[in-house]
Design a protein around this ligand. Sequence first.
Ligand SMILES: Cc1cc2nc3c(=O)[nH]c(=O)nc-3n(C[C@H](O)[C@H](O)[C@H](O)COP(=O)(O)O)c2cc1C
Ligand code: SF4
Length: 500
Amino acid sequence: MTPATIIRVASLKDASRFKEHLRASGISLPCDPEIICGSDSPLLQKIVRNGISLANRIAVQPMEGWDGTADGNPSEATIRRWQRFGQSGAGLIWGGEAVAVCHEGRANPSQLIIAEHTKRGLAQLRQTLIHEQRNTTASDTQPLIGLQLTHSGRYCKPNLHTRNEPRIAHHHPILDRRLGLGDSYPLLTDSEIRVMIEAFHRAAVVAYELGFDFIDIKHCHGYLSHELLGAHTRGGDYGGSFENRTRFLREVMEGVRSLVPGLKVGVRLSAFDMVPFCPDPALSREGKPGPGIPETRAELIPYRWGFGVKAENPAETDLSETVRFLELVQELGIGLVNITAGSPYYTPHIQRPALYPPSDGYQPPEDPLVGVARQMEVTQMLKAHFPGLIIMGSAYSYLQEFLPNVAQAAVREAWVDLVGLGRMVLTYPEILWDATQGVPLQRKRICRTFSDCTTAPRNGLPSGCYPLDRYYKDSALAVRLSQAKGLEPRLLSTEIAGSS
Ligand SMILES: Cc1cc2nc3c(=O)[nH]c(=O)nc-3n(C[C@H](O)[C@H](O)[C@H](O)COP(=O)(O)O)c2cc1C
Ligand code: SF4
């Protein structure tokens, strides 16, 4: 499959044609024909549950910008991004972006850090957001604001955009090779993991002192705590059994509960995964990667390096441990869960369905609507299984014109509690708020999933919407990005890696 063979969402003139396209393609998604405005809008209904009160069903996903200062403080570009998060009118802001609990755990040298020396900067981000949200909603109700705490594990790159400094929980037969790690590359020791857990505890205290309502103990996208969930081959306290692979979450929670009992906690979880994908070599040409195929090989079966993936066929999902994990989340008193999937590094089409691949990706192996439906269906299943949790869904941006119709139907039919917006916030933060107010859709501002916001950081540049947002489009950064895109993709992927 290539972008040329996929029917463009923008070419479907109205919701009934969109639904017809879904039906003809065998894709099952809820979609309302009309948008309900004002106080009857399903998207404007409050939620009060698990001690959490939310003004509406619109939420903003964490979206890292690769634009912090060298010491981990926000820059002017970071503040602008958070302003735009606030313009969404969302009732919940999930972390704004991944914030590293220590310098060594940064995914890039411009990632924000949470520490004493960044307190003022982080407080400013929170204030900016509250201010903008009030302007949009013309109300004093504050959004629930969290900070996504992270240690990037295998994807650490704290010092140089061009230098990976992986801290790995277990060896991985495909990902080690992609990062150039030999068999002797050291694993994190149990005591090093405990030091990282303490860093999460310290970060939780700072987040609480700054007035953030919750922290996210991030368990997604291939970063440390997600990698630990798949650490079947690891020995010691943090590998092997389900109990050991989830010890990290329990121990972070123990400290958070004793140090800051008033702080709410959420978990963003890659609910399922797949074996890493690569461009099909048979269909790749110089400078043009082929469609993605799973890198499954006979010697990798049973597959023992993932979470939420079938051991006998790692190109398929298995949710049995995902359900166990959410049972644990509930037992620990965590009321807020954000469902995502896969990783932007090795399964970008699963994690952020797009028509155009990032520079080190592959052509879409499926209609990206299939990817949207896959995440939505899993979320629906988990929501039905865990009605007491507040569950936020991900990967709606590819719905484009029909995002409001699908979002409204998903909330109305209880597929999900909160609709989380990722890439769309970079171009058109008010899309759902406007829809609920009867403001006509501004088609020129719709994210078309060009993936430049992913390609830019892979080339050491800040993330942003280069094609549609003037702040990036008209800047010197845009010139640098187009120069970088002129490079051979192979060179880009090996020399310059990184995403979130
Ligand atoms: C530029 C960019 C930065 C991102 N940063 C983060 C991050 O810091 N933490 C995280 O959990 N997910 C991150 N994501 C993933 C998004 O939160 C979201 O799951 C993904 O983009 C799919 O949602 P969408 O279809 O609405 O874009 C990022 C995605 C993009 C494109
Ligand atoms: S660069 Fe802009 S249009 Fe492209 S995926 Fe990112 S937000 Fe969407």
